[in-house]
Write a new protein. Structure first.
Length: 572
């Protein structure tokens, strides 16, 4: 193994040469406290960070990690997530600014968000803690800056490693708190079904976020901590936090009502993000939802392929068959119908919807419209007429945030009103209103079953080759994935939260082809992919080592495939 002094002697003669000269540094180096493995160096300083592969291998014996801290999958994930945050914090502090052309001068790691996720940026193999980071070797224009490169690799990187990994500089209690937060959240989520609940929001939780584009906790003296109404109060004993009290949302149909700006959408977003475990200090540490909770909205223009939307839409003009509906340009109502059916196909137990992002004609036809437009002339069966059937037949619950359609009181099991960001159980009042002021609209098509037909993916339609015959799979934004000839719009997948998830989904789509044999359904294929990931980790997704993958759910993988315009299926 080459020593760090020999590394310096390799760097110094490169000064002023073309950036490509840095390729000579690829190799393994002994820094005494750790090993540095340089697997890949970008040939251009403007190349994005994920194109460089640098690995720091540090002995577990020199960390505060103990065997019981990584004794289960959730504990190990939390432990690795903790060190990703440590490394990101210290690298950003010591070498987080660009110094030169493009990405020159920075040392960083894939930035973690507010959730504790399985990440490929940190792995534990036997007795080694491995950090997969990026070192933006410095350049002026496209010429090597050797002096700064020596400083970065021989001074700054060792300091970052020492400050973020060594036992002397890492708080054992801080690591334990991170692990315990994840274990408690996971325990709480696993208890939901036994208690007949869909979600749990702890008393004292801080629900509002920093802004519409930031998932960080809002900090303000005016923030009102969450408090459950007595009728929905639930107590659960957690392994580490002890007795926790909060609001449990029961199975069935639940409405989140209230005036504008009183917090109903904020509460829905907390439930939406409750499929993830949150870091300590986030405010939502003990706010969890069933993992099979799916946020649904309308999204005009999306691709739909052979999806059975007939439970909601049928008898279209020109006798178009909606039991195998395909379109390159879905309307608001057809997109929402397809989104629900695709979620049910993948095993969703909870559908979340916000009135603000739903297609009005899909949600309800009021009595006046029913009188004007006969049912024989209206192909859409409104969700209000199917929501209870969906629960009774499929055991799929619904949580709906709304402020303008009281007709839903008639089909709701529970109505929670948000008043100044605090919930009140107004179920009894809502029922009294319906008794005293019964709706005059007519129920429509409630007997038509909601049993989506299974679909078998065609492997040839999942092709990563571009129109120029080159392999093309990349992403630069959470909601956009470039795959072969396709630019996949994921804007309506609101439960995607990190770019590294989108990247992993892209590679998983390609990985899934190995299970597409013309017989397995889409769900069966994706279940096999997810089982492989749980057993073998994110590294199976690529032949190249990557520190830029993060855990995702089976739902988002399926939804990404469904939105790829080249994707085709055979319906059973």
């Amino acid at each position: 193994m080459v020593t760090k002094d020999q590394l310096q002697r390799r760097i110094t003669p490169l000064d002023g040469k073309d950036y490509g000269a840095f390729q000579s540094l690829i190799g393994t180096y002994d820094f005494e406290q750790f090993a540095l493995i340089i697997d890949q160096i970008p040939k251009d300083p403007y190349a994005p960070p994920h194109t460089g592969i640098y690995r720091v291998q540090f002995s577990l014996a020199d960390t505060v990690i103990e065997d019981d801290m990584i004794g289960s999958r959730i504990r190990e994930i939390a432990c690795r997530d903790f060190y990703a945050r440590q490394f990101f914090y210290h690298s950003n502090k010591i070498a987080g600014k660009r110094r030169g052309t493009g990405y020159s001068g920075i040392i960083t790691i894939n930035e973690p968000g507010q959730t504790i996720l399985d990440r490929s940026s940190v792995v534990i193999n036997e007795n080694i803690l491995e950090i997969r980071c990026f070192v933006g070797l410095p350049a002026s224009k496209r010429n090597v800056k050797a002096k700064l490169a020596v400083k970065m690799l021989l001074e700054e990187l060792p300091e970052i490693v020492n400050m973020s990994l060594h036992r002397e500089n890492t708080g054992r209690d801080q690591l334990l708190s991170h692990i315990h937060t994840a274990v408690d959240a996971e325990f709480l989520r696993e208890k939901l079904s036994d208690l007949g609940l869909l979600a749990f929001i702890a008393n004292g939780a801080i629900l509002p976020r920093e802004s519409g584009i930031s998932d960080r906790t809002m900090t303000s003296d005016s923030i009102i901590p969450f408090k459950s109404p007595e009728s929905l109060k639930t107590e659960i004993d957690l392994p580490y936090a002890g007795k926790t009290t909060g609001m449990g949302i029961p199975q069935g149909v639940t409405l989140l009502a209230g005036g504008g700006y009183h917090g109903k959408s904020t509460l829905l977003q907390v439930i939406e993000m409750g499929v993830y475990n949150h870091i300590a200090g986030d405010g939502r540490e003990q706010c969890v939802s069933l993992i099979e909770t799916v946020k649904v909205r309308s999204y005009s223009g999306r691709h739909v392929v052979k999806t059975d939307i007939s439970p909601f839409i049928r008898n279209l003009p020109f006798q178009e068959d909606t039991s195998a509906f395909s379109t390159e340009n879905a309307s608001g109502s057809t997109s929402q119908a397809a989104n629900i059916i695709e979620a049910i196909e993948m095993g969703a137990k909870v559908i979340l919807m916000d009135e603000d992002t739903c297609a009005t004609n899909f949600m309800i036809r009021d009595m006046y419209m029913q009188k004007l437009v006969k049912k024989s002339d209206e192909p859409i069966t409104s969700y209000i007429d199917k929501v209870r059937q969906l629960y009774l037949e499929n055991k799929t619950s619904t949580i709906l945030a709304l402020g303008g359609v009281g007709d839903y009181f008639e089909v709701a099991d529970h109505v929670i009103q948000m008043i100044n960001y605090l919930p009140e159980d107004v179920s009894a009042q809502a029922k009294d209103i319906m008794i005293n002021h019964p709706t005059q609209r007519t129920k429509e098509d409630v007997e038509f079953p909601i049993q989506p037909k299974a679909r078998i993916p065609v492997p040839e339609s999942v092709d990563p080759m571009s129109g120029y015959g080159k392999w093309r799979l990349y992403t630069t934004e959470i909601d956009t994935l470039h795959f072969g000839r396709n630019k996949i719009d994921l804007t309506d997948l609101e439960q995607l939260i990190e770019l590294s998830q989108t990247k992993a989904i892209g590679f998983s789509m390609l990985y899934a082809r190995k299970y597409m044999n013309g017989k397995r359904t889409l769900k069966q294929v994706i279940d096999l992919v997810m089982a492989d990931l749980e057993k073998n980790g994110l590294d199976i997704l690529s032949d190249k080592i990557s520190g830029y993958f993060a855990q995702f759910r089976s739902f988002e993988l399926a939804f990404a495939l469904n939105r790829m315009r080249s994707f085709t299926v055979n319906q059973i």
